[in-house]
Design a binder for this molecule. Structure first.
Ligand code: SF4
Length: 860
């Protein structure tokens, strides 16, 4: 159609008759409707699925996923219509056994309902129209039909076309003048080779029309988008994606659901970020700020009711805002509706609700957004058609049906006639191009593999030549497609990757037969293609303009781990939040443990102790620990104690809190029992705050505890619940500089040592560097203890001081390279991938495995 329009424009015409060009389905529907004397209602896909669902639920009420079964039944029925319509006759289904027999019963019920209620399935149209045409005699001669872009014409279609009269299938032109089969080392190299070939073709002929055909296109879509986008190619996908992937449709479904049911925190984040909820830029910022404040207050939760979120957000904003009023009034509008209504009535309600919510937001929609909104509107209206059987439903059912319909709708934007069309093998039918590149021609993917239909007898499927009924059927279809592609362009290149997902792949035998042996994309050739990328080394630095930061020692730790980390968090205020969990997360548990230990060492006046002697005088450690834990838990979780905002969520079931208190009591009692074995000490300070200046940069530090030992020396103590040790302080780029920083700069005299206090069940111990571990810390340490073997000395302190000074200078100078200390380990525990875009450069990072997080001892 696009070619026809272009040709008329090229002739200089401004108007012309719409040509009689139809897709097969629309022509079939039109011709059938013309002969629909009984006035049957042709079911749309949603209506048909709904009818199958009724049939299936009537047959058995205890099925686990009736909606999925309805989809499967509809699919099987469509196969019957296309390949074996004789099975529509009940007598042809008599021998069916097992699942096929069950399906046969469903078909019987489905068809009898169709007859009774005057309904027709789209799957019956080929057969129905064929019968109707055969019955027509004596009318005017029918216009001849030309079939274009058909890889094959099924027997059922041939019967219909023969009943119609004159028809002809237009084949493709001669075979390609240049046909190649290329092998590349891996999938990335294959895509790079394809992208650079496209660029070369367009450089030779800017008007060239090119096509990329890819097996498994859905999975490769992102990869192709990035590679082609990087080279600035003008491309578009002719295959659509689920309408759910379009923000405008997804936001509509989410907000309609949210009016009556909670949504997940990730969904809420997405909704706020989409901007479809905000009436202005200010509102958009206010919503994001409200969400950030909720997290800073530790009030995150896995699911949010609309009223709860509005209440929290109001708390943080101190006033009722426009969006909150809109949300709440939409909610009351919905509450005023009758509980059960027809789908058509719910469509009207949904439209009014969205309008009152200000959806789709203040930003003008892009062309794609407009198209997606139109498509959404049609899906919404289709859902209204579900009242064809007079049924009524409640709002949650209507929204769930709508969500399914949106998810099941494939949306493809209107073609821009881009220079490069990207499509799948079957979808490329009927398209011609100047050059075609076929990606993924390995044995595994071409011919494509699939499973036979589970509801139809396998014998019937083989006999009728249904897709995936046998390897021969798949091979025959793939051969037809390959031959058609070879005849669709002057140059056709097939390619495959020798390695796919770490597994060796073999070339497609079909392509070998049709095109010949593969040639290697030479390494140098590939390198040359890659070398065309212009690399721009950006060494510019923006010095830090201030002399103070609030990031504490963590800033210098980040500078050491990866300079861009420090830059992004301190200077760009990039923040990372823990996802909400059903219980306390690791960080929150760490905070709770710190609060309890702070109370333990707060001295007698506060119900705690201050020295070893006082600790040893406690008759029942568990009882002592239990009392302090109860008090701290009450302060943090009892709504009556709203003394201060802190980082612990307050809403937990009582029983959960009791169990958490029990666990914490055991852990603290075990730790105190361990501390009882120490050399004499007094706790000098807890939750210590100091300011230090390094290279002109002032940092505010917080440290868990400082002990004064029997010789007057100072021991710096940091509580840890995770796996960490003094090795974190080693090397040019230490993993953690908090304690070395504190020890070298905040303790002015008599530093005896710095230790991690490992508060872990069954593993209570100290690890770190101490000048005389046996004499001042623990008398029972053996000679093999690392505390004894690696004592603290002045040289080490001087080395740390120099490293810390250098890190401070680097930060102040604005060094912000993307340079992780270890691209595997460092990046796995960092959440700034979106800022630094490391994943686009380092493909070896295994982002599936995250390290266990240390919940405690996090610096300010
Ligand atoms: S993800 Fe890796 S490269 Fe990116 S900022 Fe974090 S540590 Fe640096």
């Amino acid at each position: 159609m696009a070619d026809f329009q272009a040709a008329r424009r090229a002739e200089g015409r401004t108007a012309w008759r719409t040509p009689a060009i139809f897709s097969w389905d629309s022509w079939l529907r039109d011709e059938w409707q013309k002969r629909n004397a009984a006035g049957s209602l042709l079911l749309n896909p949603l209506q048909e699925q709904s009818l199958w669902l009724r049939v299936i639920q009537r047959s058995r009420r205890d099925l686990l996923h009736p909606a999925r079964l309805a989809e499967a039944a509809m699919r099987a029925y469509r196969l019957l219509g296309a390949y074996a319509p004789e099975a529509f006759r009940a007598s042809a289904r008599l021998g069916w056994a097992g699942d096929a027999a069950v399906f046969g019963n469903w078909v019987e019920d489905f068809e009898s309902r169709c007859r009774r209620e005057g309904l027709a399935s789209a799957s019956q149209l080929v057969w129905g129209l064929t019968e109707a045409l055969r019955g027509e005699t004596g009318g005017p001669e029918r216009a001849p039909l030309l079939l274009v872009g058909f890889d094959r014409v099924l027997e059922t279609q041939q019967a219909l076309l023969t009943a119609w009269g004159a028809w002809e299938r237009i084949g493709t032109a001669d075979s390609a003048q240049i046909a190649q089969f290329q092998a590349s080392p891996d999938g990335t190299a294959e895509v790079v080779a394809c992208a650079s070939w496209l660029r070369e073709q367009l450089a030779d002929d800017p008007e060239a029309e090119l096509m990329v055909v890819a097996t498994g296109l859905e999975a490769r879509r992102g990869e192709l988008e990035r590679a082609f986008g990087d080279l600035g190619l003008d491309f578009e996908f002719s295959m659509g994606v689920s309408l759910t992937g379009q923000g405008v449709a997804r936001s509509a479904v989410l907000v309609l659901r949210w009016l009556q049911a909670p949504i997940g925190e990730a969904e809420l984040d997405w909704l706020i970020g989409s901007g479809h909820l905000a009436a202005s830029a200010e509102e958009e910022i206010a919503l994001a700020t409200a969400m950030r404040q909720i997290r800073r207050d530790g009030q995150e939760r896995m699911e949010w009711e609309m009223t709860e979120f509005a209440g929290h957000a109001k708390d943080s904003e101190k006033e009722t805002s426009g969006w909150e009023r809109r949300l709440l009034s939409a909610q009351s509008l919905l509450a005023s509706e009758q509980a059960r209504q027809s789908p058509l009535d719910w469509v009207n309600v949904a439209e009014r609700l969205l309008q009152s919510l200000g959806w789709p937001g203040f930003r003008p929609l892009s062309s794609l957004g407009f198209q997606a909104r139109d498509r959404w509107q049609r899906v919404l209206e289709d859902c209204g058609s579900l009242g064809f059987d007079g049924r009524r439903m409640e709002w949650p059912e209507f929204v769930a049906t709508l969500a399914d319909a949106v998810a099941g709708t494939i949306f493809a934007a209107e073609s821009r006639d881009a220079a490069v069309q990207i499509t799948g093998p079957a979808e490329s039918a009927g398209q011609l191009a100047d050059g075609i590149w076929f990606l993924g021609s390995d044995e595994e993917n071409w011919p494509g593999r699939g499973q036979p239909d589970p509801l139809l007898p396998i014998g019937l499927q083989r006999e009728a030549g249904m897709p995936h009924a046998s390897p021969q059927a798949d091979l025959a279809l793939a051969t037809e497609v390959t031959e058609r592609l070879l005849a669709s362009a002057e140059t056709v290149v097939f390619s495959y990757a020798r390695q796919a997902g770490g597994v060796e792949a073999r070339p497609s035998r079909l392509v070998l037969q049709q095109v010949g042996a593969e040639v290697e994309i030479a390494g140098s050739n590939l390198a040359e293609r890659l070398d065309r990328t212009e690399i721009f080394e950006d060494w510019s630095q923006l010095p830090f303009p201030l002399s103070e930061i609030s990031g504490g020692a963590a800033t210098l730790t980040r500078q050491s781990l990866c300079p861009i980390q420090a830059f992004a968090t301190v200077r760009l205020a990039a923040e990372d939040f823990d996802p909400a969990e059903a219980g306390l997360n690791a960080r929150q548990r760490g905070l709770l443990l710190h609060a309890v230990l702070h109370s333990v060492w707060a001295g007698k006046g506060e119900g705690g102790v201050r020295s070893l002697a006082e600790l040893q005088a406690i008759p029942d450690l568990r009882n002592f620990a239990g009392r302090i834990v109860s008090r701290v838990m009450a302060e943090n979780f009892d709504p009556a104690f709203r003394r201060r905002r802190n980082s612990l969520p307050r809403r937990f079931p009582q029983r959960y809190l009791e169990l958490e208190a029990e666990r914490l009591t055991g852990l603290i009692a075990e730790w105190l029992e361990f501390e009882r074995q120490r050399q004499p000490f007094t706790v000098a300070e807890t939750e210590v705050r100091r300011e230090v200046t390094i290279a002109g940069l002032t940092l505010r530090l917080r440290l868990d505890r400082i002990d004064e030992l029997q010789d007057g020396g100072k021991l710096v103590v940091d509580y840890k619940t995770g796996v960490v040790g003094p090795r974190a302080w080693e090397g040019d780029r230490p993993d953690d500089v908090q304690l070395p920083l504190y020890a070298t700069l905040a303790i002015q005299e008599k530093l005896e040592g710095l230790v991690f206090a490992k508060v872990r069940p069954g593993e209570s111990h100290f690890s770190g560097r101490v000048r005389d571990a046996n004499g001042t810390l623990q008398p029972d340490l053996g000679a093999r203890s690392t505390l004894v073997q690696n004592p603290l000395n002045d040289e080490q302190l001087q080395l740390w001081r120099e490293q810390i000074e250098r890190l401070g200078q680097d930060f102040l100078a604005g060094r912000a390279e993307v340079d992780p200390k270890d691209s595997q380990k460092t990046c796995q525990t960092c959440h700034l991938h979106a800022v630094c875009r490391i994943r686009e450069r380092v493909v070896t990072i295994d982002d599936e495995n995250g390290d266990e997080e240390d919940g405690g001892g996090v610096d300010d």
